[in-house]
Ligand binder design. Structure first.
Ligand code: NAD
Ligand code: UDX
Length: 477
């Protein structure tokens, strides 16, 4: 094996592969990084001269792309060529929940991981370190190894360029919207494996910018399992605080004060205690579902039920919010215009996967509401895909209920609206001029803030009726 890594290939140019490889290329100018993908449209966007067209919106990303692209960072569809030239290959492909067959709704669909492994087995040359970057069920490295080793023929043993593989687990902990910062300043880098030399070569790469004490090395299985468990613990905090939000509304306590008060205990900590419409994103639900599936696989039923509840509470919160909106709008929203501010699953990303806005919008459309959706980064096509309903198309033509339309501005979205629902904590929603908005709204005008980020005081002074999650206006009058 070479003394250091000079050629990296990353399979998968998505939310993880793209930013992770960009930062590696930036921090390691001597390494040539090729990011490959089967999706040619996505690769075209990564290569677009106009950096506003990158397929992923992530603060700080385009500046680094500008520095490194076509110097030591390349995006391409030439998978075979770049696998052949690489001495280290990262697998960063999608691992969504299976939609059919055994384990549907819970187990991870590993078909893209298997396809990548087969490609590596076929096209790699000499000694290759294969790094699992995707989040995978514990013991997946064994499957990857089996696929890779099956490709080593007996003749290889006599050849000078014999295929040889080492499989490492190096899960990614970045969170979207903060990916560049998370990658540049990680809390830890986790490397699991058996081959000490391979571990050392991967460690060398991170040591270019990560302090030694932040690099944790473990066995393969602990590394794979830790990633699933880390996400489950984070999601559990969100579900826990969300169950407290309804109790605050019932008792007159204020969820923001409760979060602050409990978060100052260093054993609890201040982060991940913001109550909201529930966790979204491509990871939490998928990874906890997978954990539940693994528990059940090992016959650990009680533990599986315990973690399943974290997911159930998430949907409960979204349905609860829908009911609150309906109740305050006199029990019906048929033919009412509802302005939805924010559709991404959190601020600073254009990702809409599992966004809580999806379920709440679907619920409101089903109730007959006409939604006007504005998000600073999400495109109309993504909303249409998630709601499974074309813009302006009525949800049920027979009953003439519910529709949605895309808005380009907050003003357009709120004009003639009966209510404004803040779904995502985008910075610009903090500074809405309620005096201006209220003039154009139907009366009585409502503001429902599911993220507790708007200036409720100013909205009230302007004459808005307000509701914010985890706070009871009536009790606190
Ligand atoms: P993504 O869907 O954005 O990207 C995956 C990419 O892989 C797609 O562009 C797809 O076309 C490509 N791909 C699939 N099969 C391929 C093949 N055989 N050859 C070449 N390209 C192929 O997914 P993502 O959000 O980047 O997530 C990737 C993995 O990282 C998942 O396992 C996920 O759980 C994990 N992860 C995601 C995040 C996150 O914040 N999104 C964070 C940590 C870990
Ligand atoms: C998560 C993990 O944080 C990250 O480590 C992992 O690599 C991938 O999954 P991500 O899904 O990108 O990252 O975003 P995150 O910031 O964790 O938020 C997840 C969801 O929880 C969002 O919908 C967010 O709005 C919600 N959330 C988060 C809350 O409702 N309250 C909080 O206090 C924090």
């Amino acid at each position: 094996m070479s003394k250091s890594i000079l050629n990296i290939c990353c399979i998968g140019a998505g939310y993880v592969g793209g930013p992770t490889m960009t930062v590696i290329a930036d921090k390691c100018p001597n390494i040539k990084v090729n990011v490959v993908d089967i999706n040619s449209e996505r690769i075209k966007k990564w290569n677009d001269k106009d950096l506003s067209k990158l397929p992923i919106y992530e603060p700080g990303l385009k500046e680094i792309i500008e520095r490194c692209r076509n110097k030591n960072l390349f995006f391409s569809t030439e998978i075979q060529k770049h696998i052949s030239n690489a001495d280290m290959i990262f697998i960063s492909v999608n691992t969504p929940t299976k939609t059919k067959g055994i384990g549907a709704g819970q187990a991870s669909d590993l078909k893209w991981v298997e396809a990548s492994s087969r490609e590596i087995a076929k096209y790699s040359k000499g000694k290759t370190i294969v790094v699992e970057k995707s989040t995978l069920p514990v013991r997946t490295a064994r499957t990857i190894k089996e696929i890779l080793e099956a490709s080593v023929s007996k003749d290889d043993y006599d050849s000078s360029n014999a295929k040889e593989f080492s499989v490492l687990s190096n899960p990614e902990f970045l969170s979207e919207g903060n990916a560049v910062n998370d990658l540049e300043n990680p809390d830890r880098v986790l490397i699991g494996g058996e081959d000490k030399e391979a571990i050392s070569l991967l460690r060398e790469i991170y040591l270019n910018w990560v302090k030694e004490e932040k690099i944790i090395t473990t066995d393969l299985w602990s590394s794979e399992l830790s990633k699933l468990v880390a996400n489950a613990f984070l999601a559990q905090r969100v579900s826990s605080i969300n169950t407290v939000s309804s109790l605050c509304e019932a008792t007159g306590a204020d969820i923001k004060n409760v979060s602050l008060a409990i978060g100052t205990d260093k054993r609890i900590g201040p982060l991940f205690l913001n109550a909201g419409p529930g966790f979204g994103g491509s990871c939490f639900k998928k990874d906890i579902s997978n954990l539940v599936y693994i528990y059940n696989h090992y016959g650990l039923k009680e533990e599986a039920e315990y973690w399943q509840k974290v997911i159930d509470i998430n949907y409960w919160q979204q349905n609860r919010i829908t009911e609150i909106i309906l109740k305050n709008l006199f029990g019906t929203i048929t033919d009412k215009k509802i302005s939805i501010l924010g559709f991404s699953f959190k601020a600073n990303t254009n990702d809409t996967r599992e966004s809580p806005a999806i379920r709440i919008c679907k619920n409101l459309i089903e109730e007959g509401g006409n939604l006007s959706i504005y998000d600073p980064q999400v495109k109309a096509e993504a909303i249409e895909f998630n709601l499974n309903l074309a813009e302006h198309e009525l949800f049920d033509t027979e009953a003439k209920v519910g529709s949605w339309q895309f808005s380009n501005t907050i003003i357009e979205s709120t004009k003639n609206a009966d209510a404004v629902v803040v779904m995502t904590e985008w910075e610009e929603f903090k500074y809405i001029n309620w005096n201006e908005i209220i003039k154009m709204m139907r009366k009585p005008p409502w503001l429902f803030d599911t993220r507790s980020i708007t200036n409720i005081k100013k909205a009230k002074e302007a004459g808005m009726k307000t509701w914010r999650l985890g706070f009871n206006e009536k009790i606190n009058q």
